[in-house]
Design a protein around this ligand. Structure first.
Ligand SMILES: [Ca+2]
Ligand SMILES: [Ca+2]
Ligand SMILES: [Ca+2]
Length: 142
């Protein structure tokens, strides 16, 4: 019995220590928040921050990062339907999860654009997708 009691104390101590480390490290929190996006590559930290390697003292949020924070650090359909950087592409399209259900569109593995940066938001790849869909439809018709 004593043996198990000691194990319990050690486990609880370990959990408390781990929690303290997480709380005291802004970087850890940032990396955890990042995993909430269904598609993270290639922008990674830059999807939400102005710097590629944010630290606790230097983690300025970009427009999408601010909206992500305002949304309770949740990726959902509400956030997907906003256009944080006002470049004409919805966050969901840029991240690669148009409906914001947490599952990437089709077999998307890379963000089409940066949701926090005014850019061309990957219109090229969307056109490619359409072209590919048209080609596929022609083959399917045979
Ligand atoms: Ca946008
Ligand atoms: Ca989806
Ligand atoms: Ca963008």
């Amino acid at each position: 019995m004593n043996h198990f009691d000691h194990m319990g104390i050690w486990v609880r101590t370990a959990i408390v220590m781990a929690s303290l480390v997480l709380l005291s490290s802004g970087v850890q929190a940032t990396e955890f928040d990042m995993t909430r996006l269904p598609v993270m590559s290639p922008n990674l930290c830059l999807a939400c921050h102005d710097v590629a390697t944010p630290t606790a003292g230097n983690a300025v949020l970009n427009l999408f990062g601010a909206d992500f924070l305002a949304n309770g650090k949740l990726w959902d359909s509400n956030l997907a339907q906003q256009d944080s950087d006002n470049d004409g592409c919805l966050n969901g399209v840029e991240v690669g999860d148009s409906d914001g259900d947490g599952n990437p569109d089709g077999n998307v593995t890379e963000q089409a654009g940066n949701p926090g940066v005014f850019d061309d938001c990957g219109s090229g790849s969307l056109v490619d997708e359409k072209t590919w869909g048209t080609l596929k439809a022609m083959f399917d018709a045979d």
